[in-house]
Design a protein around this ligand. Structure first.
Ligand SMILES: Cc1ncc(COP(=O)(O)O)c(C=O)c1O
Length: 375
């Protein structure tokens, strides 16, 4: 059987990882400024993470959501404490799209309304509602097309107000920082405006922190720069450091009832062991402090380079814009300098390294980047 050929692949097979480094099958070492697409939060194969998963796998990998699971309770308690949301509840699923799917469904159950406001250049996943609230018609199939969604430009609060006044909006969904859209940040005042308008018009404010959350922005959640509290927050990617898991963080205003939401795999014992290990490491290694320190250095250095048009971002979620297409720069970084980076569109390099990227690794990255740019 062949693989369904939907990914353009680099001719590299990664077989080993440690911290912010990975190795290919030929033994070449790479610096990972991409984190496997923002997934590796606490570093590849962190010893505490490996130990927690290994021990759990040898005890019990999975049992269904029909019995008590104290690992879920421990994960929720630790997440509430780390994120500043101890009074919210947690519903665990398996992927980012699934978390957004459940958030949108819960919002519509809650207020009985059908329409969603989303934003230009947003990305929220590839399942039914998640793909429809994503601003990319190319990936919306006819079967996904009948959910009513209005896409508005970011940072134009009057347009949001106009739509919410119509009274049929169940939810506003927004990324903490737009990732695939190119590391675009909503203004703090826009976020505050959204919060006030959603409350006034009984619409649910959903913060998609799947890429920008779990410390990546330098705060636990990117929306915390605006000092607001959404009604729901979705998390995935870094939450399991590569173990597929995601979550929906739900404000106390939502009442749970049996059967309202459900999943087979979500919150499995193995997933929870991974999720607890990530939160343990974030805390014990004070990775938020590391993110802020290393990000300040990277930002400062990148802003000195005249070849770059603009540098944007918060924490270790950095977009580097060039006038020309970045394909050649990224390819040279990877094959000549052995550095993994991401992109967003044709003109933006996207940095999404593990949150424990060290200062000395950041220095090496800047040296190699300069070499590629002939700076
Ligand atoms: C902001 C955001 N939301 C949702 C998703 C979808 O997550 P998943 O691919 O796990 O379904 C992504 C993935 O890139 C994302 O960046």
């Amino acid at each position: 059987m062949n693989l369904f050929d939907v990914y353009p692949l680099f001719n590299i097979e990664i077989v080993k990882g440690e911290g912010c480094k990975v190795w290919d099958a030929d033994g070449n070492e790479y610096l990972d400024l991409y984190g496997g697409h923002a997934v590796i939060s606490v570093g590849h194969c962190h010893p505490h993470y490996v130990k927690m998963i290994t021990e759990q796998a040898s005890k019990l990998g999975f049992y269904s959501n029909s019995v008590l699971n104290s690992l879920q309770v421990e994960l929720a308690q630790k997440l509430g404490e780390a994120s500043g949301y101890p009074d919210y509840s947690l519903f665990l699923v398996n992927s980012g799209a699934e978390a957004n799917e459940n958030a949108l469904k819960l919002a519509s159950f809650h207020n009985g309304k059908p329409r969603v406001i989303s934003f230009k250049k947003s990305f929220h996943g590839r399942t039914a509602a998640a793909v429809k609230v994503t601003d990319n018609p190319k990936i919306v199939a006819p079967i996904n097309d009948n959910i009513p969604v209005t896409y508005l430009p970011l940072n134009q609060i009057d347009l949001v107000k106009e739509e919410l006044q119509k009274g049929d909006v169940c939810a506003v969904i927004i990324e903490g920082i737009q990732g695939i859209g190119g590391i675009i940040m909503p203004d703090d005042s826009f976020m505050q405006g959204l919060r006030a308008l959603c409350t006034e018009h009984k619409a649910v404010l959903i913060l998609d922190e799947i890429q920008s959350g779990y410390g990546r922005s330098g705060k636990f959640f990117a929306h915390q720069y605006a000092g607001i509290k959404p009604d729901m927050i979705t998390v995935a990617k870094g939450i399991g450091n590569g173990f597929p898991m995601s979550g929906l963080i739900i404000s106390p205003e939502f009442k749970a009832s049996y059967g309202l939401l459900g999943t087979t795999f979500g919150g499995s014992h193995l997933a929870c062991a991974a999720g607890i290990a990530v939160l343990d490491i974030l805390k014990s290694e004070d990775l938020l402090a590391n993110v802020n320190e290393v990000a300040a250095y990277l930002m400062h250095e990148l802003k000195q380079l005249p070849q770059i048009k603009e540098v944007r971002g918060r924490g270790l979620m950095i977009g580097i814009d060039f006038e020309e297409p970045v394909k050649e720069i990224r390819t040279k970084l990877l094959f000549e300098e052995k550095v993994f980076t991401g992109v967003a569109g044709a003109h933006t390099i996207r940095l999404l390294p593990p949150l424990n990227l060290s200062m000395s690794e950041a220095v090496i990255f800047i040296e190699r980047f300069k070499k590629v740019l002939n700076a």
